[in-house]
Design a protein around this ligand. Structure first.
Ligand SMILES: [Zn+2]
Length: 303
């Protein structure tokens, strides 16, 4: 699934080719890509000039006039191409521009979305801080985590706590910070929070330099591949030797997602109790995660 480094890589590839051009046509082959508003609503963007291409968390945003824009969420298997997509990837929509560029939205699992927002602000403010921004400090991360007793891995995946981190880079950051994914978020001490803050930023920064991780269906818009996965320490490496100690990497299930970690380098913290030592009890994984649905009200025309 494309995360911050992958979406940022796509943004950097796309912006120079379409910024300043205006949208001449939006052709939708699969109406579900534009749900819930529908393809007709997307047509409101036709004729508008692309002022810039932005990224917020895992969202790619074609900024149009005022606060309006087209938001692309690639979800699990979505990808954008200026060239013909690889075999097996189904084109769901095509954006045409005044400078003859054509941007194809392809997706195998049909979960990605292409949506027009008349006002982007509600989307932008409901997401958590950008981890690579200058004002994202270790103190801010510590404050955000201290309010949560869910496992730290689950907290890092919550886009309201921190935007853009997904399964792969949460695993990598936790390994680099030597923190067990089941540790309750609010139980991290100041030193651990600082280490995690540093590791989140360095893991994401290095992945952008390598143009993202092409572990599955992530492609660059020109059909190229990223190489960040070649440098992964734990993510997608179950059974491989830990680069820190040589023990096989393990994968545990946490809220229906795999969490790769090293059981020796990332032990559960122990807390002292009279007469014995035992691992800190993590919050039990739940099967009742409620995904907060974004308000669609802002995409509707003003009444
Ligand atoms: Zn290890």
């Amino acid at each position: 699934m494309p995360e911050l480094p992958e979406v940022e890589t796509i943004r950097r590839a796309i912006e120079p080719r379409i910024a300043g051009a205006h949208i001449t046509a939006i052709s939708v082959q699969d109406a579900s890509v534009a749900a819930p508003d529908g393809p007709e609503f997307l047509q409101r963007a036709v004729g508008a000039t692309v002022r810039a291409v932005l990224r917020r968390g895992k969202h790619l945003i074609l900024l149009l006039s005022g606060n309006s824009g087209i938001v692309v969420h690639l979800r699990m298997t979505g990808a954008l191409f200026f060239c013909k997509p690889p075999a097996g990837m189904r084109v769901r929509a095509v954006l045409s521009f005044s400078n003859e560029e054509r941007l194809l939205f392809a997706d195998t699992r049909r979960l990605g979305k292409l949506q027009y927002y008349e006002n982007l602000k509600p989307l932008l403010v409901r997401l958590g801080p950008e981890p690579l921004d200058e004002d994202f400090t270790a103190e801010a991360l510590g404050r955000a985590l201290s309010r949560h007793h869910i496992p730290i891995k689950a907290a890092l995946l919550d886009q309201h706590i921190i935007a853009g981190v997904g399964n792969m880079y949460a695993d990598e950051a936790l390994f680099e910070a030597r923190i067990n994914p089941l540790t309750p978020a609010g139980a991290l001490d100041q030193v651990q929070v600082h280490r995690l803050w540093e590791s989140i930023r360095s893991v994401l920064g290095r992945a952008i330099e390598r143009q993202g991780a092409s572990v599955d269906t992530y492609w660059l818009p020109d059909g190229g591949r990223g190489t960040a996965h070649d440098a992964f320490c734990v993510a997608h490496r179950k059974g491989a030797p830990c680069p820190g100690c040589g023990l096989p990497i393990e994968r545990l299930m946490l809220r229906k997602r795999g969490a790769y970690h090293c059981p020796r380098c990332q032990p559960l913290p122990v807390q002292e109790t009279p007469g014995r030592r035992h691992p800190t009890q993590p919050s039990p994984p739940t099967n009742t995660d409620t995904k907060r649905k974004p308000s669609t009200a802002s995409r509707r025309p003003a009444q």
